[in-house]
Ligand binder design. Structure first.
Ligand code: NZQ
Ligand code: ZN
Length: 384
């Protein structure tokens, strides 16, 4: 059934060439800003200078070194700095990791409990947050227009998602030209991540939600069409702009209103990153095809629709289902992203550990809540 929904997305998007120049107008003049960034890409591609130019004469301190798969350990240093300096605005400049990490910092600075990790596990509620703005330099996660953050903890090898409406950025600046400096591998990762985000919200069972389905299909088709163009010519502005906006729309909440969602691929993928440090998007490619094979009966309605509408396949229902799964595998592989976990040397030992962790947490996944730890074992078993 097409479910009831409430949809409100407050993020202001400033999209296109030169939009970083608008930064000054987005942040109150008297704000004390903490600018957060990652490992230094922003110094090499000119983004840092553009940001500083747009915020001349403003009160800014900086915190760098937020790593890919941002860690609680690193972020707590930023929290201490932000508290000590009494900052009242956060500006994240970088990819999804910097944005996610900054969302955690925004929630943790005003948090008065003992253990800020509880904000990630959900044991403590986010009650206040420092306002956030962002300059996105890597299309992939949708973090620029949603309220989620995925935070890792080194000490315990955990990777967990948190989310709260207070963590929506107030604004996000998306200039496709800032992404020209991305290595091919990160572009491929971004395409695969955005593609999988759509699949998590679309590849469930039909509820006659025509707008959501057709929007999801158009994002998938855009990613499929744009992938070879933007990989082949990194400075093709239009290809890059289409990719960047597709990645945002893939996870800004619009295509998931009123429909069932899966997210098992992401939950399993996060465990693979936590255990082996594999790039987020790459974990998704080693899970989704095998999940589709195992759940192909439950997902048959949507697999057939996806085969026909996204891949223009024809044939019997069985042929359409097999064809759709094969096309999905071929798409990831076309990005040079393997679809087998054994490509990363992952064996049964890791599978057993993940299954055990899900058993201990009594985790059940999927749109029908029937992907039990045992099924997770089957999916990963097929992947190794
Ligand atoms: O750290 P720097 O030096 O900036 O380099 C980064 C990093 O090494 C580099 N990079 C970013 N922009 C660049 C650039 N290099 C050159 N030129 C540029 N313009 O790219 C590397 C990867 O960056 P990262 O931010 O880690 O990548 P991504 O945007 O893919 O983010 C991945 C993280 O987001 C989480 C993932 O789990 C992972 O932790 N996710 C967040 C979601 C959300 N908030 O809704 C949903 C996603 O499913 C995902 O789970
Ligand atoms: Zn993702």
């Amino acid at each position: 059934m097409f479910n009831n929904f409430v949809y409100q997305n407050p993020v202001k998007i400033l999209f296109g060439k030169g939009q970083i120049a608008q930064l000054g107008k987005q942040i109150p003049n008297d704000a004390k800003i903490l600018l957060t960034y990652g490992g230094g890409s922003i110094f090499k591609n000119g983004v840092y200078e553009q940001v500083k130019q747009a915020l001349k004469d403003r009160n800014i301190i900086e915190f760098g070194g937020i790593e890919a798969n941002p860690t609680y350990e690193t972020l707590m240093q930023a929290v201490e700095l932000g508290r000590r300096e009494n900052i009242d605005y956060l500006l994240a400049v970088g990819g999804g990791s910097v944005l996610d990490g900054t969302k955690f910092i925004a929630a943790a600075i005003p948090y008065d409990g003992e253990d800020a990790w509880q904000l990630v596990t959900g044991k403590a509620k986010v009650k206040q947050a420092i306002p956030i703005g962002s300059v996105l330099t890597l299309p992939a996660t949708g973090s620029e227009m949603n309220f989620f953050a995925v935070i890792s903890r080194k000490e315990t090898h955990e990777k967990k998602g948190m989310g709260h409406p207070l963590l929506y950025p107030a604004f996000s600046i998306l200039d496709p030209e800032t992404t020209y400096s991305l290595p091919q591998k990160q572009i491929a990762n971004g395409i695969a991540d955005a593609f999988t985000h759509v699949m998590e919200q679309y590849m469930t069972y039909p509820v006659n939600a025509e707008i959501q389905d057709r929007m999801a299909e158009s994002v998938l088709q855009t990613l499929i069409a744009v992938a070879p163009k933007t990989l082949g010519n990194p400075t093709d502005y239009e290809a890059r702009a289409n990719f960047m906006w597709a990645a945002t729309v893939a996870l800004n909440g619009l295509i998931s209103v009123g429909v069932p969602q899966d997210w098992a691929t992401h939950e399993i993928g996060h465990e693979l990153t936590a255990a082996h440090g594999i790039d987020h998007a790459r974990t998704l490619a080693v899970v989704l095809p095998h999940l589709l094979k195992i759940k192909k009966e439950d997902k048959s309605g949507k697999l057939i629709q996806y085969a026909q509408r996204v891949w223009n396949l024809s044939g019997t229902n069985d042929e359409l289902i097999e064809g759709a799964i094969q096309k999905t595998i071929d798409f990831y592989e076309s990005l040079d992203i393997p679809t087998k976990a054994n490509a990363y040397g992952i064996g049964q030992e890791t599978v057993d550990k993940i299954v055990k962790r899900f058993e201990e947490g009594k985790v059940v996944l999927g749109e029908r809540h029937d992907i039990t730890p045992e099924v997770v074992g089957e999916i990963l078993g097929m992947s190794i």
